[in-house]
Design a protein around this ligand. Structure first.
Ligand code: IMP
Ligand code: MG
Length: 176
């Protein structure tokens, strides 16, 4: 059992299981993007550990960068806007792979996808380490999924609870 702040978490996906799956995902990228040089865009903070391990098994020519998504901001017109911060690269005509730690409601990914797609990349695909199908609220096509999980709160391997727990080398689920 692991204590993160005021909550207890129990083992959910072991480190070896994660690493095994990540190797397979990397092989899929190596196969699908042979002869291309995609740009992987990791969404901070959660994706840093997953993408670091994945990237080590990428054998094609591939670039990497990271973005951050600002929290919801009120605007007079739309009410809610999430802004992408930190993207310096030109993505027009590039093959883009967005890499997330987890897709929950899908709202964050939908927003990122819309904003990046408007910059006219050659192609755009989504990879997420974890996906909670039951929580999904918007239509979203996920191209590479590490693990589909139940709609429960998880921490570790980059994922946080209140900023903590990211350092755990495996995924843990909230104890019931
Ligand atoms: P979405 O917009 O609802 O899909 O939420 C995506 C973001 O919420 C992720 O990038 C995570 O930062 C966070 N999140 C969703 N579920 C969990 C969880 O179970 N543990 C930790 N963070 C989560
Ligand atoms: Mg995240």
């Amino acid at each position: 059992m692991k204590q993160v702040r005021d909550k207890s978490f129990v083992p959910f996906i072991a480190s070896a299981t994660l690493q095994e799956r990540i190797k397979i995902l990397a092989q899929e990228i190596n196969k699908d993007y042979g002869g291309k040089n995609p740009l992987m865009i990791g969404v901070l903070n959660g994706s840093f550990m997953f993408l670091a391990d994945l990237f080590k098994s990428i054998e094609i020519e591939c670039e990497i960068t990271f973005i951050r998504v600002s929290s919801y901001q009120n605007t007079e017109s739309t009410g809610k806007v999430k802004q992408i911060l930190g993207l310096k690269e030109e993505i027009q005509n590039r093959d883009i792979i967005i890499v997330e730690d987890i897709v929950d409601t899908g709202m964050t990914m939908q927003e990122i996808l819309g904003q990046l797609a408007s910059q006219k990349p050659a192609s755009i695909k989504i990879m997420t380490m974890l996906f909670k199908p039951e929580a999904l609220k918007v239509p979203l096509k996920l191209d590479y999924v590490g693990f589909e999980i139940e709609n429960k709160f998880v921490v570790g391997y980059g994922l946080d609870y209140d900023g903590f727990g990211r350092n755990l080398d495996a995924i843990y689920v909230l104890k019931e």
